[in-house]
Design a protein around this ligand. Sequence first.
Ligand code: C2E
Ligand code: CA
Ligand code: CA
Length: 845
Amino acid sequence: MRRIWWSFLLVLGMVLLAPTTVHATQDDGTILVLNSYHQGFSWTDEEMKGILQEIDESGLELEIFIEYLDWKKFPTDWNLQGFRDLIEQKYYNSNLDIILCTDDSAFTFARENRDELFKGVPIVFCGVDGLDYEELSSNQDNYTGVMQIMNPYGTIQAAKAIDPDLQTIYVVYDNTGSGQAIGELCARSAKQVSANLEVVLLNDLGTDVIYDTVSKAKEHSIVLMTNYVLSDNWTYMSQERFCEQVAMRSAVPVYHLYQFGLGHGMLGGDLILGSIQGEKAASQAIRILRGEGANQIPILNEDTNQMMFDFTTMQKFGLSRDELPENSVVINSPIDFFQMYKGQIISAIVVFILLLAFTISLLFYIRKIRSMQKTLKENHEELTALYEEITASEEEMRAQYEEIIDAHELLEISNHKLVQLTEHDTLTGLYNRYYLYEVIDNLLRESQDPGALYFLDLDNFKYVNDTLGHSVGDILLQNLSTRMNGILEAEIHLVRLGGDEFVFFYPSVSDKILIENFAKKILAIFEEPFLIEENNLIISASVGIAISPQNGNTMELLLKNADMAMYYIKNKGKNGYYFFDDSLDLMMWERVSIERKFKKAMEENEFYVVYQPQICPVSGEVEGFEALLRWRSDGVLIPPLKFIQIAEENGFIIQLGEWVLRQACKDIVKLNKERNTNYRISVNVSVIQLLQSDFVQTVLGVVQETGLSPEQLILEVTESVFMESAEYIAEQLKRLRNEKIGIALDDFGTGYSSLAYLKDFPITIIKVDKIFIDSILGTQSIHNITDTIINLGHELHLKVVAEGVEEKEQVSFLLNSQCDLIQGFFYAKPMVMEDLVKWLGYPMK
Ligand code: C2E
Ligand code: CA
Ligand code: CA
C-alpha cells in the first residue's frame, strides 16, 4: 500500500514537472504565411490558429513569418502593389522554404510572384473556393492545398429539420465576388432542400434595411448569414459585430456558414471551420518540409464541415438538443464545456481523486505518525524512567560491588587468620594436629622420601596441672615450646598435638644415627629445670620414634606407631626415647584391648580382692593382710602388673582403687567382727589417686562408712610419690596420718630411694622390696644392704615389712635382723576371703 502511494507521488511529480512539448534543437525550416485578409478577422484568425497548432504538434522548430494582405478591407491594386513591394523588401534575402497561403487572394498573389520574390519555393494553400479545383489539380505547379467547400444545403436542411414548417429563408450577403457567389449558392441550395421554400435575398442593402427586415420576419422563417464584409456604401463590416447586431434584432433564428459566427448570436449550421482548413494545409506543408514534393501531395477537395449549434441561442428559441440533427456539436453549454474539456476535466478529477486519496492517506499516516509519536514519547518516557532505574541500580550494584570487595578483603584476612587458627595452636603458636594431618601428611605421601616422626609425651604433666594449676601448666608448655623451637634444624617440623603431646617430623632422613642424635637433642631440652612462678620444675619426657617408610607411609600409621613406642618407653620407666618395632604392636594391642574391657569388667564384677597375710616372725602370729586386686576377664586371670599401669594412665584407677579400698575395708571389718580380732588391712594406693583433691575425703568416707577403725588401715604408696608433686602428696598423707591411718612405703629400695624424702613424708612402715629379700640367698654384700635398710627403718622409728619371702633361710635372716613383719609365699599366697578364713584355721562365728 505504502509503495503504491510513493510511486503515485513520483508519477504525479513527473507529470507536473515534465515539459508539455519536446522542441527540436535545430532550425527545421522557415515558413511564410500569407493571409488574404486581416488579423482580427475571425475566419483568418481561425485558420492561423489551425496552422500554428499543427506546426506546434509536429515538433518541428520552424521560423514563422506572418503577413496579411487585408483584401477584405482593401481589395485594390495599390494595396496589391504596396503589399508586393513590402514583401519584396522584407523577404528578398530570406531563405524561405515554403509559402503557406490562406484564402484565394493570397494564393493568387503567391503564384504570380513566386519566381520573382520567393525563388520558386513550394506553395500550400487553404480556404480557396473561388478557383476551379479541376484546373488547379490538373496543372499542379509546385503547389498543393486544401479547397474550401461551402455547404449551405446542409445548413438549410438542418433548419428544415428543426422547423419542418419552414417557409422563408432570408439570405444575407454582400456585393463582393465571393459574397455574390455564396448568395446564389444559398438560393439554389434552398430550392434543392424544398422547392416550396421562399428565398429572400438581402443583398446590396444597407444594414438598417437588413435589421428592419429580420426584425419583422414571420414565424417559420430563418435568416442565413453568409459573407457580409462590405456594406452597401462599401465600408468594411466586422463580421462578428454584424452577426451580433442581426441576431439581436432578428425575430427568428439566424444560421451561418462559418464557425466564427457562433458565440455572436448565431444559432448554428453546417459550418466551415477555419482551424481545420489551417490544420490540413499546415500538415501538407510539413510533409513538404520533410522531403515530399508539393506535386506529389494531392489537393484536398473534401467537405470538412461540422454541424454546430450555440446553446445560448438555442435556449433563446426554446430549442432542445433532441431537435438538432445527429452528430451536431453544441457549444457554450455546460455539457459542451464538459465535452470540450473532457480530457482535462477527467484528468483533473482523477488528479483530484488521487490527491484526495493521497490527502486522506496522508491524514491517515499523519494520524498514525501522531499515534506513533505518542507511543514513541511514552516509550521514551518509559525508557528514561528505566534508564534512571538502571543508573540507580548500577550505583547500587557498584556500592554492592565495593562492599563485596571489602567483604572479600575481610574474608581473605579472616581466611588467613583461619588458616593460622586451623594450622596453629593458640597456646604455643606451634603448628597443630590439623597441620600435621593435612600438610605434613601430604608432604609424606608426595615425596615418598624417608623420614622420622618423634612422638613426645611429657611424663606426669597431669600432676603439674593438678597441683600447680593450669596457668602454670600453660606457661610450662609455652616455655617448652620455645626450647623445642630452639633445637629445630632446617626442615624439621614441630607440632603440638594437644595437651602435653608434641610431634617432630624430620623429613628426608634415613640415617639412624642422625635420627637418634635428634632424639637425644630433644631429651636434652629437659636437662635444665623449668622455673615457673618460683617453681623449679624438673620435667621429663618420653619420645617414641617411627621411621618412614618401614613403620608406615601415612601420617596416621607413623603417628600410631610412634605413639606406641612412646608408651613403651614410658612403661619402661619414662624419660627416654624408643624406636618402634613390630613387637610393640602386639603389646599395644593388648593394652588397648584391656582399656576397652575396663568398663565391662566393673559392671560384671570381674574384679575381686585377695588377701596375703603379714606375719610376725617372732610370734608367728598374723598381724594383718595386704589387699591385692585380681581381675578374671572371660575366665582368664589378668595380672595386676599388666593392667594397673594402664588404669593409672587412663584414670580408671581412681574408681578402681576406691572400689578395692571399700571392698577390703568391708571384708576386714567383717572378718574382725566374726573372729573378734584386730587385723590390720594394707591397701595399695596409686599416685594418681593421691593426686585427687578429694582423695583424703574419699578414704575417710570409706573408713567411716565401713566402720573400720582408722589405725587398722594402712595405705601403701610407692616411691614415685617423691617425684610427683612431693609437697602436695606429703600434705595429703599428713592429713591421713592425722586421722591415724598408717602409711607404708612400698617397694622400698627400687626407685629414687632418697632417704632424705623419708623425713618429709609421714611414713609409718617401709616394705623392703623382694629384690633385697631374694639377695639374702646370694652374696654377702647385699645381705648387708638389707640389714642396713632394716636398721635404718628402725632408726627412723618405722616398722619394717619384708616382701616376697619364700624361703626358710630368708625368714631366719629377717628374724635375725629384727624385721618386724614377713609377707610371702613362705607363709601364704594371697587368698580370696573364703580361703583366707580356711587358712586362718578355725571356723567363723
Ligand atoms: P606389691 O604391692 O609389691 O605386691 C606384692 C606382690 O608380690 C604381689 O603381687 C604378691 O602376690 C607378690 N608376692 C607376695 N609374696 C610373694 C612371694 O613370696 N614370691 C613372689 N614371687 N611374689 C610374692 P601381685 O598381687 O601380682 O601384685 C603386683 C603388684 O600390683 C603389687 O605389688 C602392687 O603394686 C600392684 N597391686 C596389686 N593390687 C593392687 C591394688 O589394689 N591397688 C594398687 N594400686 N596396686 C595393686
Ligand atoms: Ca603393696
Ligand atoms: Ca611391693
